[in-house]
Design a protein around this ligand. Sequence first.
Ligand SMILES: Cc1cc2nc3c(=O)[nH]c(=O)nc-3n(C[C@H](O)[C@H](O)[C@H](O)COP(=O)(O)OP(=O)(O)OC[C@H]3O[C@@H](n4cnc5c(N)ncnc54)[C@H](O)[C@@H]3O)c2cc1C
Length: 531
Amino acid sequence: MVQSYKQKHQLAEHYDTILIGSGMGCLATGACLAKAGQKVLLLERHYTAGGYTHVFKRRGYEWDVGIHYIGEVNREQGVLRQLFDYVTDGELKWADMGEVYDRIVIGDKIYDFRKGVKNWKDELKKHFPDEHEAIDKYVDLVFEASKASRTFFSEKAMPKAMQTMLGGQMRKSYLQLARKSTLEVLQSITTNKELIKVLAGQYGDYGLPPAKSSFVMHASISKHYFQGGCFPEGGSARIVETVEPIIEKAGGTILTNAEVKEIIIENGKAVGVRLWDDNVLKANNIVSGAGIINTYQKMLPDPYVKKFKLSQQLDQVTPSAAHACLYIGLNGTPEELNLPKANYWVYPDDLDHDGLVARYEKDLDAPFPVVYISFPAAKDPTWTERYPGKSTIDIITVMPFEAFEKWEDTRWKKRGEAYESFKDNLSKRLLEVLYKLEPQLEGKVDCYELSSPITTKHFMNYDRGELYGIDHDPERYEKRFLQPRTPIKNLYLTGQDIVTAGVAGALFAGFLTASTMLGKNVVKTVLKQTK
Ligand SMILES: Cc1cc2nc3c(=O)[nH]c(=O)nc-3n(C[C@H](O)[C@H](O)[C@H](O)COP(=O)(O)OP(=O)(O)OC[C@H]3O[C@@H](n4cnc5c(N)ncnc54)[C@H](O)[C@@H]3O)c2cc1C
C-alpha cells in the first residue's frame, strides 16, 4: 500500500534506485526496475500518489485530474497495451469510449472524430467533399511521422557510443517533420481554413496552437486516438493501485508527503536525496520524474549546475501553457443525465486558433479560445457502483499563469474573496458553454470547483502551472539533453519532458529510462515475451 512519509513507515538503509515523483514516468521506471530485481523507493511530494494520474475526492465525488482518455490500449496485442500490461501485471482494465471519441465544435457545427482510420476519414470527407485528397494526404503524413518516431525515441536510450555513431541517422527523418509547425504542414496539404481548424481540433492535448506546435507532436496525438479512446476501469487511481504491488513485491515502496529538497552528489556521482525534513536517503541511482526544470533549477547543488551548464539547457526550453479546470459534481447517474462518452472541443467561429489564443491571453473577457469538456463518470463502467446517483464532468480551458500570479503567495483554500469571485465568474462562463451543448444538465449541478494555475503549482510543483511540462514547439525535438541520461553519473530523468506529454508519452519515457539504466531494450524484451 502507498504510505505517507509523515506516518510510521519502514525504510531500508539503502535502495537500488530512488525515484523523485510518482507520475506515470516514475511508476513505469520503478516497475521495470522492480521486475529486474531492484529495490526502489518513489518519493512523492503530494499527499496522494500518481502525479497527473491522481484523483481527488471531495463532497462525496471523485475527480480525475490528468486523464480523460488514452488511445491504443483497446487492442491486447497493441504495443502500448502490452507496456501497460507489463507495468500493471495486466491488472489495469480499459473501458472503450465507443464509436466517437472527440467532437470538434466550431460555432454551431459539430465534426465527429470516429474510431478507426477509415471511419475517421469517411466522416471528415462527408463534411469536406472537395478535400478527399488532402484528408488522405494528412493521414499518410501522420503515419509517416509515427513511423519515424520509433528510431528517434529509441536512440535516447542507447549507450553513448552508439548514440554518437548512429544517432544522427536515427533522428534524421523525424527531425525533418519535427522542424515544421503543425500549421505549416496543414497549409501544405490544403487551403481550406475550416478543415485546418478541424484537423487541429485536439491541440489542447498538447497545449500549443498550430502555428506554434511541432507537427510531430500534433501527429502523435492524432494517431494515438485514431483507434478510439479508452478510460481506466475504476478511474485513474487504478494506475498507482496496479503498479504499486509490483514495486512492493521487490521490496520497494511508494511514499507520499515526501518532498525532495536536494539531490546529493558525492565525487561527481548522485548518491542520495535530502528530504524536506533534512533526512537523507541513499541509493545507487537517482531518477527524477519531477520535470527537467524542477530537477535542474531546484534540486541540484549550484556547483554542478554551473559545471554542466544546466541553466543554459533550461534557457532552451519553455514551460508549457497553464490551465483552469472546472470540476463539476451532478445529481443523477450518467444514464439519467444522458451524458455522452465523447469529449467536446468547443471553439468560437473564428477559424484562426492562434489568433484566438493571442487575443484571449491579452484579454480574458475575449471568448475562450478552446473549451474541453469531458464526462469521466460516463466513461468508467464501475462509476455508478462506486458513486450511485452521481456524476462528474470536467471542463478545461487555457489560463495564463499571469492572470492568477497576484494570489501566488496566498494559502490554498484561503486565497480571499477576490480570488473566489474571479474564479466564479470564469466558472459560470464555462458552465454556459456546457449548457449550450447539453441543456438537460441545467439545474442538475450539485457543486463545482475551479482549479487555477496556482492550484497546479501548489499540488504538482510546476512553477508556472504547466499543464504538459515543457512546450512541444519545433525546437524541443532538437534538444539532445532531453533524454534519460544526464551529465551527472547515476542521475537520470524520466517522464513527459524526455518523450512527450500524455500518459503514453510518460509511460514510454519510463521504459526508456529503465532501458538506459539496465543497459537493455526493455520494450523489445516485453514485446518478445508476449509474442
Ligand atoms: C488537466 C490535464 C489533462 C490531461 N489529460 C490527459 C489525457 O486525457 N490523456 C493523456 O494521455 N494525458 C493527459 N494529460 C497529460 C498527462 O497526464 C501527463 O503528461 C503525464 O501524466 C505526466 O506524467 P509524468 O510522469 O511526466 O509526471 P507528472 O504526472 O507530472 O508527475 C510529476 C510528479 O512529481 C512530483 N514532484 C515534483 N517535485 C517533487 C519533489 N521535489 N519531490 C517529490 N516529488 C515531486 C509532483 O508532485 C508530481 O506528482 C493531462 C494533463 C493535465 C494536466
